[in-house]
Design a protein around this ligand. Structure first.
Ligand SMILES: N[C@H](CCC[C@H](N)C(=O)O)C(=O)O
Length: 283
């Protein structure tokens, strides 16, 4: 599947006691035709009132607490299986809600953002995470600097720029910043250009996955960071390389994201080894 081009594998692990292993994730990503960004593993519910526990695995085998585009793909799978309804999920980031809309798009409540340095987390105390001392490039003319940082359950740094987001070598700066010691759990790195109070252009280097066509939680982080630094309103269209997401930071502090989810093909997967087969397309 994909969520605005963010390559997602939804693995149905319901009724099973095993998990998709990091080795399986790495093996699947190593073969052409199944390169992906995240695996969304649907497990049996662990908490009353939730439909399923969702485990999120990046293509490098690391676990992620949240994945916005992936959650929309999970909702697409379950609504096509069970009919339209609102689903309640549990992830490492907490309880999330998702549903399909009349227009066929999917809305996911991604929960509330966290801004304290120890919640991002950062390796040292910062009183104001709207703008932290972090830069890259020549000391007297940094290419990227002073990001806003926030957690959407997973860590995000939003670097604000005035030029075209495509004019930055994010493939080079991304890994340096993802692995910077200021981020003890690494971080997702985004370049954001605010073009209007309700419009942000965004590119993201994802923790554990690299450059992706879209990053839902980064879009959420960009809007909350834009609003808390008075660059944007609390609701905005975020234009990513793969397309547009609509994000709203509600007055109840929940961040709600709306966008598409697309099924590409189905198959079977060995969760231990990553061996897979593709189901024959329906005749
Ligand atoms: N790479 C992210 C998880 C996936 C985020 C992204 N695919 C999204 O749609 O939110 C992390 O390790 O925090």
């Amino acid at each position: 599947m994909n969520g605005l081009g963010n390559q997602i594998i939804v693995a149905d692990m319901r009724g099973r006691a095993d998990r998709v292993t990091p080795a399986a994730a790495i093996a699947i990503n190593a073969t052409d035709g199944t390169k992906f960004d995240q695996i969304m593993a649907i497990h049996d519910s662990r908490t009353p009132g939730t439909a399923n526990y969702i485990e999120i695995i990046n293509s490098d085998g690391s676990l992620a607490q949240a994945c916005g585009n992936g959650m929309r793909c999970v909702v697409q799978v379950l609504t096509s299986e069970q009919g339209r309804q609102a689903f309640t999920f549990e992830t490492m980031a907490g309880i999330l809600f998702g549903e399909q809309r009349d227009d066929g798009l999917f809305t996911v409540d991604m929960g509330t953002p966290k801004f304290a340095w120890y919640d991002i987390p950062l390796a040292e105390e910062f009183a104001d995470t709207r703008k932290i001392e972090l830069q890259i490039g020549p000391i007297d003319a940094p290419v990227l600097h002073s990001p806003s940082v926030a957690s959407m359950g997973n860590p995000h740094a939003t670097f604000w720029v005035n030029q075209d987001v495509w004019s930055y070598a994010l493939d080079r700066f991304g890994p340096m910043l993802e692995n910077h010691p200021i981020f003890p759990e690494r971080a997702n790195i985004s370049i954001a250009q605010v073009v209007a109070q309700d419009k942000i252009i965004l590119r993201t280097w994802e923790r554990g996955a690299g450059l992706t066509e879209a990053c839902g939680t980064a879009a959420c982080a960009a809007v909350v960071n834009g609003a808390r630094t008075r660059r944007t309103a609390r609701a905005a269209t975020v234009t990513l390389p793969g397309g547009d997401l609509f994000v709203q930071w509600r007055d109840d502090d929940h961040v709600v994201m709306t966008g598409p989810a697309e099924l590409e093909w189905t198959g079977t997967l060995d969760p231990a080894t990553g061996a897979w087969t593709r189901a024959e397309a329906a005749a």
